[in-house]
Design a binder for this molecule. Structure first.
Ligand SMILES: NC(=O)c1ccc[n+]([C@@H]2O[C@H](COP(=O)([O-])OP(=O)(O)OC[C@H]3O[C@@H](n4cnc5c(N)ncnc54)[C@H](O)[C@@H]3O)[C@@H](O)[C@H]2O)c1
Ligand SMILES: O=C(O)[C@H]1O[C@H](OP(=O)(O)OP(=O)(O)OC[C@H]2O[C@@H](n3ccc(=O)[nH]c3=O)[C@H](O)[C@@H]2O)[C@H](O)[C@@H](O)[C@@H]1O
Length: 387
């Protein structure tokens, strides 16, 4: 329950505010709304085209009834947007196309969604003196410097060549024909625009760079709550394979490395940003868990083991199968080799650290996936009974 005595990191009482949350119906938005409703007194104007993931928060008989209001709108073409931003103290923009399968196959939609559609949000915030928390991505770092060194170079082991720092690392993307980078490039340009609004016009902003946040409600399971041919992010791809008893597909051998963070740890960091504006304004924050690094192959192996534990089913005899990126994603795919966030800035400004190990976060997430989808998958895959 929200308590009247909540204080910020400097010991000052936190005043209730109204937040205009764009993209509130998505994976991160649903967890952020849940956290704000259950632990704070703040109000949320929740904007999205969909609300399936926050339906449970919008019921009339919940404890926070009246503090969250859903507005179904598409920010591309809705004149209500400016009014809603004006009604709020803070705007949080989460709206984006952010699944890699779209970056090279729908590059125009990707660029429009991540740059053009975000422009009015920045403009309305700046013109109306409203604070903005904008969701960018760790993909703005692109590839590591180390990835360009010879394979046997000892410098590849030196963190200076791979740890990603907000105020020091370069943004390294592939050539234009590798359309994978359309997303990262659009996100980089909107970051630069927001930063410039801060520098030239004094706009109060915080930029968040999530590093592979995962957990319940991420994306969709193809053929159950999303299109059969759709390709979600890796957690949902591998969950889908496990639920159907199929081998997990490793793109280009599964050699890329990622650090995964539990959504609930990451949401704690966002709440600190919301409630400590003087510590968060003007900053770009990496939000990830540097201790949870694995190759995609190791992730597949761990998910296979954990899924067997939570479902009680034996692990697959052939757990993985290799697939080329061209076959899986199509022409123009490319990849980030390694993503380890430097935590200095978020640690210094907000005293935040992630807590949950990869095993624990996969255990709770796969328990959710099994409970939510196993029956539906069984029905779909059951052979029709001959009449
Ligand atoms: N999940 C991660 O680990 C991760 C990592 C890096 C960056 N991000 C960024 O965080 C943000 C949220 O990511 P997510 O994982 O919750 O994605 P998501 O796809 O689950 O959520 C995005 C939401 O925005 C909504 N939306 C998109 N375009 C819209 C429009 N024109 N009008 C209204 N609503 C619109 C979608 O309907 C969706 O509900 C994105 O900006 C993404 O780029 C996420
Ligand atoms: O989550 C993030 O921090 C950012 O990175 C993600 O990009 P990426 O990590 O490449 O996306 P995933 O789909 O989660 O893929 C991770 C890795 O698994 C691989 N993969 C994916 C799916 C699959 O079935 N098999 C497989 O080997 C991919 O090729 C990639 O190397 C997305 O771009 C965004 O959601 C976000 O901005």
């Amino acid at each position: 329950m929200a308590s009247a005595t909540r204080v910020d990191l400097d010991g000052n009482p936190i005043k209730p505010i109204t937040i205009c949350m764009i993209g509130a119906g998505g994976f991160i938005g649903s967890h952020l709304c849940e956290k704000i409703m259950s632990e704070t007194p703040h109000k949320v104007l929740a904007l999205d085209v969909y609300n399936d993931k926050i339906k449970h928060l919008l019921e009339p008989d919940v404890a926070w009834a009246g503090r969250i209001q859903f507005h179904r709108l598409n920010i591309k073409n809705d004149s209500r947007l400016e009014g809603l931003i004006k009604m709020a103290d803070l705007t949080i923009n989460l709206a984006a196309i952010c699944t890699p399968a779209d970056y090279n196959t729908r590059p125009l939609d990707t660029i429009y969604s991540n740059f053009i559609d975000a422009l009015p949000v920045v403009k309305y915030c700046s013109e109306n003196n409203k604070r903005l928390i904008h969701f960018s991505t760790c993909e703005v770092y692109g590839k590591t410097i180390g990835s360009f060194l010879p394979k046997d170079s000892p410098l590849r082991q030196d963190p200076a060549y791979y740890v990603l720092k907000e105020d020091a690392s370069p943004c390294i993307f592939g050539p234009i024909e590798k359309q994978r980078w359309s997303y990262a490039c659009a996100k980089q340009l909107i970051e630069r625009l927001i930063y410039a609004e801060g520098a030239e016009n004094g706009m109060e902003f915080t930029i968040v760079r999530p590093f592979n946040w995962i957990g319940p409600r991420m994306d969709f399971i193809p053929g159950v709550d999303g299109p059969s041919e759709g390709v979600p992010r890796v957690l949902a791809c591998f969950s889908n394979n496990l639920l159907r008893g199929e081998p997990l597909k490793l793109v280009d051998g599964g050699q890329s490395q990622r650090t995964f963070i539990y959504i609930k740890d990451a949401i704690e960091a966002v709440l600190l940003m919301i409630e400590n504006p003087s510590r968060a304004n003007g900053h770009i924050f990496n939000v990830g868990n540097p201790n949870n690094e694995v190759t995609v192959r190791q992730l597949a192996e761990l998910m296979t083991q954990v899924y067997s534990k939570v479902s009680g089913e034996p692990p697959l005899e052939v757990p993985t199968v290799d697939v080329s990126s061209k076959e899986f994603y199509g022409e123009g795919y490319d990849d980030s080799d390694k993503r380890i966030p430097d935590m200095t800035i978020i640690n210094r400004q907000l005293g935040w650290n992630p807590k949950t190990s990869l095993f624990d976060l996969l255990e709770s997430t796969l328990t959710y996936q099994h409970r939510t989808y196993a029956e539906a998958i069984k029905k779909i895959t059951a052979k029709p009974v001959a009449s």
